[in-house]
Design a protein around this ligand. Structure first.
Ligand code: SF4
Length: 271
């Protein structure tokens, strides 16, 4: 595969992103590429699980998804999108008129205010369209880097950041993709530095799928998963699962991963 990484110079990075990216080693980048391939092999259908049919619908759904599940958002949005088909329809209404449609979602009052204000800004400042730059998106109420990145990546195929939600943040630690104890902001920058730019949006979906369905916050019987066995280094659950390893190792190994009969070396992180 061809890997398009970020601009090499600090000045170019600052000009484009507003900050400098960390400088991982070549070995850490190679490990990240191997992890990307393994995630793709395990989650070929990873995608945005919010339902939407237009950029402004994705923006609304993403605002609603803060501290809420995609499932709960997807239950509320069909009626909401029918009642307010365009940004102008939201702008003509009021937060109180939006509230009944999203009452089942946490923080619905403040989200109704954010949606109303953001859609009004689209009408008054952006010709009724969702802007396609990080800088402009961040001017909208209720929109931070995570929401802006979701919209840019999924609605416009523009990779300006790696979206770091709770799953991505947790997995970046377990898979040693960011220094121990890294903040969300630091994690975002390490992921941008480690992975090819054209994979940033996809990477977020891949990690979210792995976090949602396998490497869960409270853990499950998961340490035989190939992503875990090759790449996890900091998971306390993996450590505590070690005594049960002999029983687990009697299970058949995954056939699709050729090992040549030898134990595969763990892909150690060397950021
Ligand atoms: S043991 Fe489970 S929770 Fe821990 S890294 Fe592996 S897959 Fe994730």
């Amino acid at each position: 595969m061809t890997a398009e990484f970020t601009p090499a110079s600090s000045a170019a990075q600052k000009a484009e992103f507003g900050f400098e990216l960390p400088r991982p080693t070549a070995a850490a980048k190679a490990r990240a590429l191997a992890l990307l391939a393994e995630l793709r092999r395990n989650y070929p259908n990873a995608h945005c699980e919010l339902n939407y049919a237009s950029p402004h619908e994705l923006l609304v759904a993403t605002i609603l998804s803060a501290q809420a599940t995609d499932v709960s958002v997807n239950k509320a949005t069909p009626a909401l999108f029918r009642a307010f088909p365009s940004p102008a329809d939201y702008a003509r209404s009021s937060p109180e008129q939006i509230e009944p449609f999203i009452r089942s979602i946490g923080l619905f009052r403040s989200k109704a205010r954010s949606i109303h204000a953001a859609m009004t800004s689209l009408v008054t400042s952006f010709g009724g369209n969702v802007p396609q730059t990080m800088q402009e998106l961040l001017t909208l109420r209720g929109v931070a880097r995570k929401t802006a990145g979701v919209v840019l990546g999924n609605a416009f195929n523009i990779n300006m950041n790696v979206v770091v939600d709770t799953h991505v943040h947790r997995l970046a630690q377990r898979l040693s993709l960011a220094p121990a104890g890294a903040t969300v902001q630091q994690t975002e920058r390490w992921l941008m530095a480690l992975f090819p730019r054209d994979a940033w949006c996809e990477l977020s979906h891949l990690l979210i799928f792995h976090g949602r369905y396998t490497c869960k916050a409270r853990g499950v019987q998961c340490c035989q998963h190939p992503v875990c066995s090759d790449f996890s280094q900091r998971c306390e659950l993996r450590v505590s699962a070690k005594p049960a390893k002999s029983a687990a190792s009697k299970q058949p190994s995954k056939p699709s991963k050729p090992t040549g009969g030898k134990k595969r070396p763990r892909k150690e992180s060397n950021l």
